[in-house]
Design a protein around this ligand. Sequence first.
Ligand SMILES: *Cc1c(COP(=O)(O)O)cnc(C)c1O
Length: 451
Amino acid sequence: MTGSIPFCDPVACVAAGCDAVVCTGRAVPSNTSLFERSARAIPGGVNSSIRAFRAVGGIPYIVARAEGARVWDVEGHEMIDLVQSYGAVILGHGHPRVTAAIRSAAGDGTSYGAPTPREMKLAEAISARVPSCERVRFMNSGTEATSTAVRLARGATGRKRIVTFHGNFHGATDALLAAGGSGVATLGLPGTAGVPEEAVANTLVVPYNEVPALDADVAAVFVEPVAANMGLIPPAPGFLEGLRAECDRVGALLVFDEVITGFRLGSGGAQSKYDVRPDLTCFGKVIGGGLPVGAVGGRRDVMENLTPLGSVFHAGTLAGNPLATAAGLAALDELSDDLYMELSARARRLSALLRDACTAVGIAASFPVVGTLVGMHFGDALGQRAPANFDDARTTDEASFARIFHALLAGGVALAPGAYEALFVGAAHDDAVLDELAGRVTAALGGLVAR
Ligand SMILES: *Cc1c(COP(=O)(O)O)cnc(C)c1O
C-alpha cells in the first residue's frame, strides 16, 4: 500500500505494510519500505552481507538510533542490543566520553593527509597494553589489517605459504578467503567467487585446535586465538603454545587475529590471557571506539619491513584518522581491569540466563563463555561435549537458532542474525538491563514453545 492517507493510525498503518504513508500529516517510515528502497540503491540493501538476514529469514530492522545497551528501529521498536556493532562498541552506544572526543576532534578537521599526535598516542596506548606490539601501524578496518599482515609476513620472510584454520574468519581478504575441507588440510580452494585459485594457491587450511606440522616454506600462521566467528571456541590447552613452538621451529611468523578479542578479553587481549606472544597482531573493532579502524602491531624488526623503512608497501588516505583515533583513545581510556572483571561477570550471567530460559522450555542449547565473550550452540548433536573445531560448530541447529532469533527480536532482544556469531555485553549492560533482558528472554522463549 502506497500513497497518502491523512489522519490514519500510524501503528495500524505500519502493521498493514504501508509504504511511507503520510499519516496524521507526517511520513511514517517502515523497516520494509526502507529496506526495499535500500535494495534499489545498494546490492541486497546492505553493506555487510550478514545484515540482510538471509541466515534467519525475514527482513532486517532498520536502525534509527541507539543509546547504551539499546537500539531503536525506524518504527520506534526498542531492543536490548547484544550486537553492539559485532563487538566494536564495548562501552555501549553513544558513550558520552567517546561522543565528546569525536565532537571535539571533528571541530579541528576530519582528515589531513599528515601525521597527528593522536595516532601516535593510540599506537603508544596499544604498545603499552600489548607488549608484543613494539610498533603499530593503522588502517581503516580489520580486513585491511589482515591483508596488510599477509603482505608483511610474506615480504618479511620471503616466503609465500600462509596457514589458516577452518572456521576462523579474517575479514574480506582474498588470500584468507580459502575454503576449508572437512577435518582435513586443504590447499588453494577459493572460499568465494571472485577469488582466483592463484590467490589462494599458497593458503593451506587446517583444522582448528590441532597444531599442524609446518614446512619451511610457511611465511605465517594466521589464527583467531579464541575462535569467535564459529560460535565461540576456546583454544585447546597447548594449542597456542604448540603453534608458537612450531612457527619457531621452521622460522614462520605467528599472527594472532585479535580483531574481536583485542581489548575485549582484557587490555592485553587473548595473548595476555593465554600467555603466548605472537609476532604480529591484527586489531580492529574495539580500538576504534565504534569508528572505522584497523591496526597491525608486532615485533619491531618485522614491522620495520613496512614502507617507508622497508620494502613492503602500505598506505591509506584516511589511515590513522583523527576521528577514529580520538574515539579509540577515549574508549581505551575507559577500559580498566575492573571493568573487564565486571564484563566477565555479565558474560557469565548472560550465558546462564539464556541457558535457563532454553532449558525451561526444552530447547537444547549451550552458551559457552570465554572471559567477556559469549557464544551459542544449538541442538544436542555433540552431547555434553563443547565444540572444538568447525566440524563441531557446524552441528549447530540453524533452524532452531532462526526460530529463537525471531522470537527474541519480537520480544525486544537483538542478536546478530547468524548462528555462528558471538553475543556482546559491554559497559552499558548493567544489572538493571540484564534483569530486564532476563524477563524478555523468558517471555519470548515461553511464547515460542506455546505457539
Ligand atoms: C570482524 C573481523 C575481521 C574483519 O574486520 P572488519 O573491520 O569487519 O574488516 C577480521 N577478523 C576477525 C577475527 C573479525 O572478527
